[in-house]
Design a protein around this ligand. Structure first.
Ligand code: FPP
Length: 255
C-alpha cells in the first residue's frame, strides 16, 4: 500500500501532526449524536498510532481538544472527557506492545479530574517506551503557547538591564526553549481531515515549515490508505526552508 518505508527513505516525516476533523458531520450523516462521532473517531486514534508506528514515524501529535473547544456545548465537552478517561487506560497494553509513549501538550491542569487521572496513569505506564511518541494535544492553543513563552521570558528577569541583555540573545532557538516543547520535534507534516483548509491554532510556532496536507475524508472514516497517501505526497515535496531548489540540488554554491 503506497511506498514502502525504505522507498520513502529520508522523505519520511519524523513528526506528523493531525487535526482530526469531521466527527460531528460523520455522525450527523449517520443519524447519530455528535458524541457517537467522537467515539468512532477515538477508534481511528488507535489505528493511526499503529499505522504511524509501522511506517517508522517517531512522533505523532493529535489535536484532541483545543483551547477554543471549551466553547462547545457542555454535554459534548463532558462526553469527550469521559471518552478519553475511559478509553486511554484500556490502550496501555497495546501501547506497550508497540513501544508507544504517551505525552501531552497543552494545559492539562484545567481538564476534569477523571481525564487528568487517566492521562497520568497512561503517561506513567508508557513512559519507558521509545519506538513512537503519541502526543495528545489537550487544552492546547498555539497562540496561547507562544504567549506563555513571552510571559516566561519576562518573568525570568527582575531588572531591565539583564532583560535588555537577554533580549539581545533571543532568537528562534532560545525562544523555542521557552515554549516547553524541547522534547517535541518540529512538525514535518500536518494533516487535516474533514475538508477544511486551516491550521486552527495548532502548533503555530513549530508548523512554520510544516508541509500541509488536507483531505476531505471525515476523521471517523480515515483509513490506512488515506494515511499512506499523505506520506507519499510528503515524500514528493521539496522542503526548501527558504533556499532555492538549485541550492538544494547542489547546482549552485550557498555563498
Ligand atoms: C473535531 O471534529 C474533533 C474534535 C474536536 C475531537 C477529536 C477527538 C477525538 C477524535 C476523540 C479523542 C479520543 C481519545 C481517546 C484521544 P468536529 O466535532 O469538529 O467535527 P465537525 O467539524 O464535523 O463538527
Amino acid at each position: 500500500m503506497g511506498l514502502s518505508m525504505t522507498e520513502r527513505g529520508n522523505a519520511l516525516p519524523q513528526h506528523v501532526a493531525i487535526i482530526m476533523d469531521g466527527n460531528g458531520r460523520w455522525a450527523k450523516a449517520q443519524g447519530l449524536s455528535r458524541v457517537e462521532g467522537h467515539r468512532k473517531g477515538a477508534g481511528r486514534v488507535r489505528d493511526v498510532i499503529e499505522w504511524a508506528a509501522d511506517a517508522g514515524i517517531k512522533q505523532v501529535s493529535l489535536y484532541a481538544f483545543s483551547t477554543e473547544n471549551w466553547k462547545r456545548p457542555k454535554l459534548e465537552i463532558t462526553a469527550l472527557m469521559t471518552l478519553m478517561a475511559t478509553l486511554l487506560p484500556l490502550e496501555i497494553e497495546r501501547m506497550n506492545e508497540r513501544g508507544a509513549r504517551l505525552l501531552t501538550l497543552g494545559d492539562t491542569s484545567k481538564l476534569p479530574w477523571i481525564a487528568r487521572k487517566a492521562l497520568d496513569k497512561t503517561c506513567k505506564a508508557t513512559e519507558s517506551n521509545s519506538s513512537i511518541d503519541v502526543i495528545l494535544c489537550l487544552n492546547y492553543g498555539g497562540q496561547q503557547e507562544i504567549l506563555e513563552g513571552v510571559k516566561r521570558f519576562c518573568a525570568s528577569y527582575t531588572d531591565d538591564v539583564s532583560k535588555a541583555e537577554a533580549l539581545k540573545h533571543l532568537n528562534e532557538d532560545t525562544f523555542r526553549s521557552l515554549l516547553g516543547r524541547d522534547h517535541i520535534l518540529p512538525v514535518d507534516l500536518l494533516i487535516r481531515t474533514g475538508g477544511e483548509r486551516r491550521i486552527s491554532n495548532f502548533h503555530l510556532w513549530d508548523a512554520a515549515y510544516a508541509e500541509l496536507y488536507f483531505t476531505g475524508r471525515l476523521w471517523p472514516e480515515y483509513n490506512q490508505s488515506d494515511f499512506h497517501a499523505a506520506l507519499d505526497d510528503y515524500a514528493g515535496r521539496e522542503r526548501r526552508f527558504g533556499r532555492t531548489s538549485e541550492q538544494l540540488k547542489g547546482e549552485v554554491a550557498d555563498e
